[in-house]
Design a protein around this ligand. Structure first.
Ligand code: SAH
Length: 351
């Protein structure tokens, strides 16, 4: 019998399992706190649990661990990039960033990505699998254990498309915000999507209070379909409507992400189309100078992004240029994982 992934269980589910194995219900809460508050990486660490129960837990459950494969630290701004190895030998990336208001962690939700955005390194090597709720949580817990510091905000902006792993991501959100566990308010969580419209609608219904960030990147359908294949399934009009619906249902402001790419979407005309598209929406535009990815010739600069911001501001649109963090350890998201996967292949290592 395969062991149960204990870290992906909600407290009521854990209570049920604990009773099923003949133990008292209150034990579940103790175990839950060991896992989600103290980040215990083995049952042995649970010192207020008897040895016999710990042995029993080990028979029925497993704690899916993530191990640090590589760690790159920026000497400029304290950004730390982790390459984590999953229990099946696959890799994901997690980035810890320092802001004035605290530490923010950018977590991955899938191994690879199916979405095919042309400028994105995460998708080039294709899609492997969805991450489990426990594997998304562990990126937080392992990072906190490693640094000894408390993280104050989570952004679902690492490798993968969170709304393409909807069920596990929703469970992750339930677990991370559970008051008996990690207890993070979802106001400190941002979910970024390339625009899977039906899932945005579903998410709006849940009224979770998290910040929705939409990767728009281009204001016209032809151009957007060219760089983001998802636009051929859900076009800009549908996407904008779904974000309006999200704002209406949740009362939250939406962020539009816009990677400025020279010669593609950086001119004044693009800014005018963008302004026309989002005028009157309770939103913020986050401009990112596109990160160079080895296989693609896309280029940009901070100057282009600042110029584009000027166009938008002139038209009354609220926009900022994202601060570049960790530029000395820059390997656009997804590149570390690909390098590591290639090396594993070469050495014929199977895990
Ligand atoms: N799949 C989600 C979240 C992961 S990507 C999404 O598409 O939103 C996080 C953000 O980084 C997205 O806005 C994505 O479009 C952007 N991004 C990806 N590659 C980039 C690059 N090379 N330069 C700048 N931004 C990039």
């Amino acid at each position: 019998m395969e062991k149960i992934d204990i870290l992906s269980l909600t407290l009521p589910e854990l209570e049920m399992h604990i009773q099923e194995i003949g133990e008292k219900k209150f034990r579940a809460k103790q175990i839950f706190q060991w896992l989600h508050v103290k980040h215990a990486d083995s049952f042995d660490k649970m010192s207020n649990i008897s040895l016999s129960l710990r042995t029993k837990l080990d028979e029925y459950f497993c704690i899916k661990l993530l191990n640090i494969e590589r760690k790159l630290e920026s000497s400029i701004d304290n950004t730390v990039k982790y390459l984590y190895r999953l229990s099946d030998g696959m890799f994901v990336e997690t980035v810890l960033m320092e802001y004035n208001h605290g530490l923010s962690l950018c977590v991955s939700t899938q191994v690879g990505c199916k979405m095919g955005c042309k400028f994105c390194a995460s998708t080039i090597a294709g899609f492997e699998r969805n991450l489990l709720p426990s594997e998304i949580l562990q990126q937080i817990y392992r990072t906190e254990n490693d640094t000894g510091k408390k993280i104050s905000g989570i952004v679902l902006m690492g490798i993968g498309e969170p709304l393409d792993n909807y069920k596990n991501v929703m469970r992750f959100l339930e677990l991370v915000s559970c008051p008996d566990g990690y207890g993070l308010s979802l106001r400190h969580v941002t979910l970024s999507t390339c625009g899977i419209v039906p899932k945005i609608k579903q998410l709006a219904e849940k009224k979770l209070g998290l910040t929705l960030s939409v990767s728009l990147h281009c204001p016209d359908d032809n151009g957007r379909s060219e760089i983001m294949p998802i636009n051929r399934t859900y076009n800009i009009k549908e996407l904008i409507e779904s974000t309006k619906d999200y704002i209406e249902k949740t009362g939250r402001r939406v962020t539009y992400e816009y990677a400025v790419i020279d010669g593609v979407n950086s001119d004044r005309k693009s800014a005018e189309s963008l302004a026309h598209l989002i005028k009157g929406i309770n939103c913020h535009v986050n401009l990112i100078p596109v990160n160079a990815v080895k296989e693609r010739e896309y280029k940009s600069s901070r100057e282009s992004a600042v110029r584009f911001m000027g166009y938008l501001t002139d038209m009354g649109i609220n926009a900022t240029v994202r601060r570049t963090l960790g530029s000395d350890i820059e390997a656009a998201c997804g590149q570390l994982r690909r390098e590591a996967a290639k090396q594993t292949e070469k050495s014929g290592e199977v895990n």
